[in-house]
Write a protein that binds this ligand. Sequence first.
Ligand code: PEP
Ligand code: MG
Length: 888
Amino acid sequence: MNVEKFVYAFNGLNTEGNKDMKDLLGGKGANLAEMSSLGLPVPPGFTITTKACLNFEKDDGVLSESLKTEIKNALNQVEKITGKKFGDSNNPLLFSVRSGARASMPGMMDTVLNLGLNDETVEGLSKLTGNERFAWDSYRRFIQMYSNVVMGFNTAILESTLEDLKEARNIKEDWEFSPADLKELVAAYKRIILEDSGKKFPTDPMEQLWESISAVFNSWKNPRARKYRELHHIPHNWGTAVNVQSMVFGNMGDSSATGVCFTRDPSTGEKRFFGEFLINAQGEDVVAGIRTPAPINNFSKNSSNQHLKSFEELMPKSYNQLCEYYNKLEKHYKDMQDIEFTVEKGTLYILQTRNGKRTSAAALKIAVDMVSEGLKTQEEALMSVKPEDLNQLLHPRLDPKSPKNLLAKGLPASPGAAGGLIVFDSEEAILKKEKGIKVLLVRRETSPEDIGGMVAAEGILTSRGGMTSHAAVVARGMGKPCVAGCTSILIDHNLKKLSVNGSAFGEGDFLTIDGATGEVFEGVIPTIEAEISQEFITFMEWADKRRKLKVRTNADNPHDCEVSLKFGAEGIGLCRTEHMFFAPERILAIREMIFANNSSERSKALKKLLPYQREDFIGIFERMNGLPVNIRLLDPPLHEFLPHSEEEINTLAHYLNLSQTQIKNRAEELFEFNPMLGHRGCRLGISFPEIYNMQVRAIMEAAVFASKNGISVQPEIMIPLVAMKEELEILRANSISEIEKVFAETNTKIDYKIGTMIEVPRAALTANEIAKAADFFSFGTNDLTQTTYGLSRDDAGKFLPHYQKLGLFATDPFVSLDQNGVGQLLEIATRLGRENNPKIHVGICGEHGGEPKSIYFCHKIGLDYVSCSPYRVPIARLAAAQASIVHG
Ligand code: PEP
Ligand code: MG
């Protein structure tokens, strides 16, 4: 019978795991096994699997007898190899017991060091090391750690006993205690623990071991670890492995040390060995920051540690060995490593290695350098950088060295950092900007009317709305930092004040936002500009060679076109025409159109708009020379263009020769209970054909004009919110007839496409019919998510975070495509579309088109392109390349 194995040895003679067994052995355990097999000096030990942790949970926190037997066998092996014995009073073996999950969860779970000490073994340790002070200090530390981690004892009282004794002895540092002092402390600790908890400190090493293993298993469920997993999307049902490893001591005097090193510089990626260490210390001391760690070599010297001797200078033999090992590890793992080491009386041990955390700039440099060093293939390099991390490289970020006072946290709607004077409305933003003042636009939410203010502001902060709210989408398009849906900020637009957690801010105060994290800070914090490096260019070229998906951009003005081209866009996938209507000279004409009583009045107003639209499109065609430009006809409900303030109503009444009451009445007529499902999209085109006809004319006149000026144009006309083939058929026929008129008038012909957005489930399900009237489909997954879930884009932010907390949504479905639900509609529509129109071209232009996981999905179902905001184009290029590497 094949009995399931729960304990894996790692030692010089017998190593049962390897680096690919992270699921079972955790990251730490898998790497300890791998390093043992590579012949590195790893203190021998064994790993108890994550599966054992899950069984332990199932068995109500009891270690099974069979597991205990397996552990004892593994322990015997360690005894044989080290020649020491667990619990022996002459030659005691001591262990560390540490957690180690699949994904790194630094500091979230528990650790016990120096396990196996008691009144007898401490004497053995003392004789063995010839260092009584060290032995008793280890014992004291062990009691403190064990009583806290395993017995749940509040150790503050032990700490104060220690401090009292220091005062009594008139000393400042722990190491100044004499062995007699430490013995006195140990006795006091045991007495206090017994008196306060009623429990005797366990002296049996086996009991200590069972209890410590149980405690580490239990620490998987502690609130801190739970919270961390929720934040990092780590499933609760993975469990942690436990690593039981023979102790080595970096605190045995001046020939001992402990340290941490990186095989390359983790902040710049430069190829230089880099690290810190402490003489006569245990691992935890380096991290704790009580003593200033010394530099490992000259490269690691900085202003705070340059007065200290380096590891290379103090322990050259160990340093040279460490160099040999780090090179070996980096070559083996083909990645930058973060290594922990200890020197015990002149002997070097390696305690841990893992792929080192790094900044995005470092990640890119390391990936590119490793290809030229022959360590990685181009594909491996492409896979080693998270697409999302490129964000950091393209936007300004907060100076990490500046002090910060965090006020609130909202949604990370558009990356980049910006600070400025708070303004509460767009006019004020524009006025201040004209005076050269940097402002932050703070609003409950934004609407298309705020475009001017958004352009003028350094960044945008809203207290409402989700990741596809107007503020979020538009800010991303502009590459402007934005924090949206920051619900803990209360805004009073009348008083021009905001309050947050008891503090109030008004015009004249300053705030800073970090759109990559959603954080809002008090005052103005300096930022660091992004620059495009040579590595970035090389890296992106490799991505382009590898990807199959084309990457277009969502842009509606020449400036955005230029930015997107710089980032490698291959066309426009969505140009939202309504964004062009809010300039002051146009809004009146739009309002005149809305207030028209009949079709001829409407046409008259539209004639005024035509030249503006034509100009806009000429500008875009010119910038996008040679590339496809997909322009969507008017989409939002008309009431979005209505005047709100008394002043606007007045101006309009005057302009149209109507009374204020007439204006207000008309506005009331246009009111809809549910405008997102109301008179919008192609429904406007069906009701008021003149609107779409004007837009089609503007597009084609612009195309003809540009083409006569030597520009290569590829216009695509896109109809929004189609639900029935009939809608598209009617609007296609109208468009063609308008286009034919333009061709006849200009005596020119140009190739063009007419297609539709797929953004309601019915369109996806009847794509076989719709495809016959469409040259292309473009998935509007913002609306398609809204209509499939029946979940409002604008209001979901109110309860979505709660759903996410409960684990109902792993990620916001407006950010990462719901592949199970909405994704099926994409698949169905693509298949039906292609079956019924083999020439059909299929893309996506919802916000998901710039989100890596959704891009993987789009690749898998065979879309032709994704389209995203200009600043996300590089992210999409890399994600598309990765998808093609992973899925072929
Ligand atoms: C969409 O719905 O996905 C889309 C791109 O259109 P909009 O966001 O403008 O509604
Ligand atoms: Mg839409």
